[in-house]
Design a protein around this ligand. Structure first.
Ligand code: NDP
Length: 316
């Protein structure tokens, strides 16, 4: 049977859960489709579930772990009456109102007057031979999840942004040595992370270094690398590789229905409004610039307030 909601939120990272807190407090009884625990890109709580310490979320002077922070946001949303459902939207139809949301069904599982899209982003992959085959067999995108397995190993981290440096630092707890493979001669990460990384004796930075193949029969045995300036090939003997080279937005559900930028992120204007009236977007799915937990949460608040005002204007 199809269930009707005034506000339906897809996604349960900082954006989705903040939108849930605000919508619930506005008496709009929001329902949040949290995602699926089995998935690495759609898991409840979003990308912060794959993070260790969050040191820059205001209000936690001593830092907090990503999963703890998300646990508290979840509790807050529940406290004000949001309904959280552990499921993933498999199809949406935004061509008429109320909007239809399907969860593995032919008939809509939900219809909603206002829809808040907070589906986030997921890890980019290198796209080199061996990568897909060895994912989970020495190749990972989550140091928090898999770091422990590399106790006493020599491993590599690919990337030069905050994610890569954070992963590299975290992995020094387990690995004997961490090779940081950076494709240019500079890092993209924040200055404080650069300083910490370069001062860490267990991390060796390989500048101008790309990965061309992940080699191993049943598990990672070594990497084929290349000097991105001279083109000279090489081999790096490591038993683990962590890919941390950025993210892509989870927008496949909305292709052809919402306006997207060339890089796939949802176009928003006038706050959190998308190209379809009544559909709002917040968090990493619409932000390719800041991508912080705090900006994500802030945009979730904006989406909820915009949705509430829009519903009021419509007399819904
Ligand atoms: P970024 O886009 O910031 O960095 C991606 C890195 O990967 C860059 O160094 C990029 O190189 C490199 N890269 C991209 N593609 C490839 C490739 N095919 N091969 C090799 N290297 C590649 O992504 P992050 O995930 O690190 O960070 C995203 C955002 O999240 C940022 O705003 C960051 O500040 C934030 N963040 C904040 C944290 C915190 O404050 N605690 C923790 C983690 C992330 P190049 O520079 O050459 O493009």
């Amino acid at each position: 049977m199809t269930e009707h909601r005034e506000v339906l939120i897809i996604g349960s990272g900082p954006a989705g859960l903040t939108a849930a807190v605000y919508s619930a407090r506005a008496q709009l009884s929001p329902l949040v489709l949290e995602g699926e625990p089995s998935s690495t890109s759609d898991q409840p709580g979003g990308q912060l579930m794959l993070t260790t310490d969050v040191e820059n979320f205001p209000g936690f002077p001593m830092g907090i772990t990503g999963p703890e922070l998300m646990g508290q946001m979840r509790e807050q949303a529940l406290r004000f009456g949001a309904d959280l459902v552990t499921a993933k939207a498999t199809r949406v139809d935004l061509s008429s109102r109320p909007f239809k949301v399907y969860v593995d069904t032919d008939e809509p599982t939900y219809v909603a007057d206002a829809l808040i899209v907070a589906t986030g982003a997921r890890s980019l992959m290198l796209g080199v031979p061996g990568e897909e085959r060895l994912l989970g067999f020495g190749l990972s995108t989550c140091a928090t999840c898999d770091g422990f397995f590399f106790r006493g190993h020599e491993i590599a981290v690919v990337g030069g942004g905050d994610s890569a440096l954070e992963e590299a630092m975290f992995l020094t707890r387990f690995a004997t040595k961490v090779h940081l493979l950076v494709r240019r001669d500079q890092l993209r990460a924040s200055k404080i992370m650069q300083e910490r990384t370069l001062a860490n004796e267990k991390i060796e930075v390989h500048w101008n270094t790309g990965v061309t193949e992940v080699i191993g029969e049943t598990k990672v045995e070594r990497l084929a690398i290349v000097d991105t300036v001279t083109g000279e090939p090489g081999l790096l003997e490591v038993t683990g590789i962590f890919v941390a080279i950025g993210h892509v937005p989870n927008t496949s559900l909305f292709e052809g229905q919402l306006d997207l930028h060339d890089n796939g992120y949802i176009v928003v204007g006038e706050g959190a409004r998308t190209s379809v009236e009544g559909v709002f977007a917040c968090g990493d799915v619409q932000d390719h610039v800041y991508r912080q937990a705090i900006t994500s949460a802030g945009s979730g608040c904006m989406a909820a307030i915009d949705a509430e005002r829009w519903l009021e204007e419509q007399g819904l």
